[in-house]
Write a protein that binds this ligand. Structure first.
Ligand code: XMP
Length: 325
């Protein structure tokens, strides 16, 4: 793909010109394709002078933090620091059920943690501070924020770093701001980012906190994570991961009666959600084979303690949203 190779060379030169010979850049990574491609470009352009930060909010999927760490650090050679802030997030989320309050708390906690860590980084060249902030903003985000906020302010608040620019006086670098998602994926493949990461389903910033209905606690996180892992593992095994736009498990705050062996159980319900969509504005639920659903249901009830029943969400968007919260 000549165009994309050309783009990479031009963009690397552009980044070097903006940052200069001694400038330092900081950026948050999530393990998603956008932030990873943006981080890889920075690495190619300025090496160790790009500082990637992964904030572990305790709300990512099973094994996700170590996997992302390995891929970025060892695989892609990115100068990455992982901050385990899970306790801080969980403390702030304690007893909170309202979805919008969860989002707000997670967003604010993220900013506090990120700023604190950014202040600790000492630039290699010794004089002064980090000057630039990397954002993996795509063209559709640019359009959307222009239409919502006017052309001068182009950062979506749900990207979680809205306040950073003002507080830290950082200048923004957005190498992907002219690209669409499929172009970012092409770029990712060309730059050697693992195929699985490039084609990963989107994962919301607030993570499984909005997939645990009701209060978020370590035991609820464990259940939701395990159930989700089994669901995705079976989807991959069945070879249908790329036919589905997004799939996940939701943990419902209701108990239901069941029977295991000769014991009566009284445990929670897992709702599975899988959708097909082009733009996430409208979506259809995915038509799994019944055999597939049977396998997933059996595995979740057998392997995840605390779950007595599995249901499949057969609601389109609209009227339902993709997420349950
Ligand atoms: P809904 O539930 O609004 O989801 O139909 C549409 C898409 O947006 C994602 N989503 C979020 N992503 N922070 C994010 O980064 C959020 O708070 C959030 N809420 C929903 C959702 O996963 C789906 O891809």
């Amino acid at each position: 793909n000549w165009n994309m190779r050309n783009f990479i060379d031009t963009e690397i030169e552009r980044i070097r010109t903006i940052v200069g010979p001694t400038g330092e850049v900081i950026g948050a990574v999530s393990g998603g394709v956008d932030s990873t491609v943006a981080a890889k470009l920075m690495k190619e352009a300025i090496g160790e002078r790009f500082h990637a930060i992964l904030v572990d909010n305790g709300l990512m999927r099973l094994n996700e933090v170590p996997t992302v760490k390995d891929t970025l650090q060892k695989g892609l050679g990115i100068n990455l620091t992982v901050i385990d802030a899970s306790e801080e997030f969980l403390t702030n989320l304690k007893d909170i059920s309202d979805p919008e309050r969860k989002r707000k708390i997670i967003g604010n906690t993220f900013i506090r943690v990120f700023e604190r860590e950014a202040a600790k980084i000492t630039p290699k060249n010794g004089d002064g501070e980090i000057e630039f902030l990397l954002q993996g903003t795509l063209y559709p985000d640019v359009i959307e924020s222009i239409s919502f906020k006017g052309p001068s302010q182009t950062i979506k608040t749900h990207h979680n770093v809205g306040g950073l620019l003002e507080d830290m006086k950082l200048k923004l670098i957005e190498p992907l701001r002219e690209l669409f998602k499929d172009e970012v994926r092409d770029l990712g493949e060309i730059m050697g980012i693992p195929h699985d990461l490039v084609w990963r389903h989107p994962f919301p910033g607030p993570g499984i906190a909005i997939r645990i209905l009701g209060p978020v606690s370590p035991s609820q996180i464990e259940i939701a994570r395990k159930a989700d892992y089994i669901f995705i593992e079976e989807i991959k095994k069945a070879g249908i991961y790329n036919n589905i736009s997004q799939a996940f498990a939701c943990l419902l705050p209701v108990k239901s009666v069941g029977v295991m062996g000769d014991q009566r159980t009284y445990e929670q319900v897992i709702a599975l959600r899988a959708i097909e969509t082009k733009d996430f504005m409208t979506a259809d639920w995915y038509e799994f084979d019944f055999e597939f659903l049977k396998t997933v249901s059996r595995r979740i009830v057998n392997e995840v303690r605390g779950v007595a029943r599995v249901v499949y969400d057969i609601t389109s968007k609209p009227p339902a949203t993709v997420e349950w919260e």
